[in-house]
Design a binder for this molecule. Structure first.
Ligand code: ADP
Ligand code: ASP
Ligand code: MG
Length: 415
């Protein structure tokens, strides 16, 4: 243990993850290689994690879905994981072309072990022996993000965006205190800059806020990555691979000077609302339905239930939201378990919009300000959920931009 720590100080290991856009073309891969070698020459021992080239994982998903939209399992994960293999190999070639020593590594070669929940696997352990020995020899390990391997050698994937999680988990395993996540935006913003033009860069974000942002749909960091960072107190530095300046530090709240009431407006453009009416009254039906969805690894997001208009009918109404990608599986399951009398309404063009901030804990009135924005614009709210640092509402996608911009202004976030 002490020896390991000594090596880390000696070697100054820094895990650096490069996302899809950062390795999206050969020219960009060359830039990443130049940057990594520069960092090494400045005394760092880089450990690299890469995602697939941008667009590649989507292309692989489409191929599988065109064959069979219901298939999920070992072959699906094997297919999706292949994108990272290409990026790892190309970056290794680019590093070696520049005279560096580098080693391309897939999950099974590193020993990134996961459970067997295909498409949403969780990392159980990482064997650092190989990486530590490479670092000792000044060889740059280039590790495939997003993938793992089960106990019986099946390839798994960690969920879309999961390369961030590989990077943070690797940092924890190597006992590092910070991890660099390079992406196509220079920082984490107060809203997705593609949606809200007046979004501002955040210098710092708490783990708690970032976890909420990730769980309500911001793609900028993978939820599990932030969860692991919070557990092991690893600071995440989210920054641009195209610029040299500092980006956003995601870290523990006690490091912050002050917390705004709302620090971000976050959206999820791929929410589907499912309305079931009528279904049998009572918890037994609900327990069975949600257990069956869980068996298929479908994460139900917001649920609202209400009694039927006539109490003697012994029925209830149920509305819930799911990620768009889980819709085919959900529809198939509903066909299996629902009786003919239940009307199923699928509302596809929905989006979830949320305001998040640890400062909310000490400030009343946030909900009132939130719903005022919808009321003033006559925007229908389909589902609502809250936590002590978040309020979310599901609205029609066509109204998302308008609402997001108005909330951003309302909570004093505009640049
Ligand atoms: P990578 O491929 O590097 O992992 P992602 O596409 O997964 O990149 O994440 C970066 C993207 O996240 C940005 O291009 C941006 O559109 C989006 N994003 C969503 N919310 C935010 C936010 N609050 N701040 C910054 N980027 C955000
Ligand atoms: N390539 C994977 C994806 O597109 C993982 C990642 O980018 O982090 O979801
Ligand atoms: Mg990502």
């Amino acid at each position: 243990m002490l020896e390991e720590m000594a090596m880390q100080v000696d070697k100054n290991i820094v895990v650096k993850k490069f996302g899809g856009t950062s390795v999206g073309a050969l020219e960009r891969i060359e830039n990443v290689a130049t940057r990594v070698i520069r960092d090494q020459s400045r005394g760092e021992s880089p450990v690299i994690v890469v995602s697939a080239m941008s667009g590649e994982t989507n292309r692989l998903v489409r191929l599988a879905n065109d064959l069979d939209p219901y298939y999920r399992g070992a072959a699906y994960d094997m297919l999706l994981a292949s994108g990272e293999q290409v990026a790892v190999a190309l970056l290794t070639i680019a590093l070696e072309k520049r005279g560096a020593k580098a080693a391309p590594l897939l999950a099974h070669q590193v020993g990134i072990q996961t459970d067997a929940l295909f498409s949403k696997a969780r990392i159980r352990s990482i064997d650092t022996t190989k990486i530590s020995s490479l670092v000792e020899q000044n060889i740059i390990p280039v590790v495939a993000g997003f993938q793992g391997v089960t106990e019986d050698d099946q390839i798994t994937t960690l969920g879309r965006g999961g390369s961030d999680t590989t990077a943070v988990a690797l940092t924890a395993a190597l006992k590092g205190s910070a991890c660099e996540i390079y992406t196509d935006v220079p920082a984490v913003y107060s809203a997705d800059p593609r949606l809200v033009a007046k979004a501002r860069e955040l210098k710092t974000v708490t783990f708690e806020e970032m976890m909420e942002m990730a769980s309500v749909g911001s793609k900028v960091l993978h939820f599990r990555a932030v969860e692991i960072a919070a557990k092991y107190n690893i600071k995440i530095h989210s920054r641009s691979s195209f610029e040299d300046r500092d980006g956003t530090w995601v870290m523990a709240e006690e490091n912050m000077l002050e917390n705004p009431v709302v620090s971000s407006v976050t959206h999820d453009p791929s929410t589907v609302v499912i309305q079931l009416n009528p279904v049998p009254a009572g918890a037994a039906f609900l327990a069975n339905l949600f257990a069956r969805l869980a068996e298929k690894n479908i994460v139900v997001d917001i649920i609202t239930q209400s009694a039927s208009d006539s109490p003697s009918a012994h029925t209830q109404r149920l509305h819930f939201s799911i990620p768009e990608e889980d819709l085919p599986q959900t529809q198939k399951l509903l066909q299996e378990i629902l009786k003919n009398e239940t009307e199923v309404k699928v509302m596809r063009d929905m989006a979830k919009i949320s305001v998040i901030g640890v400062g909310m804990k000490n400030h009343p009135g946030v909900a009132a300000r939130f719903f005022k924005i919808f009321k003033e614009r006559n925007v229908d709210v389909h589902l609502v959920t809250t936590s002590d640092i978040k309020i979310s509402a599901v609205v029609a996608k066509s109204q998302l931009k308008e609402v997001a911009e108005a909330l951003h202004t309302e909570f004093d976030l505009d640049v």
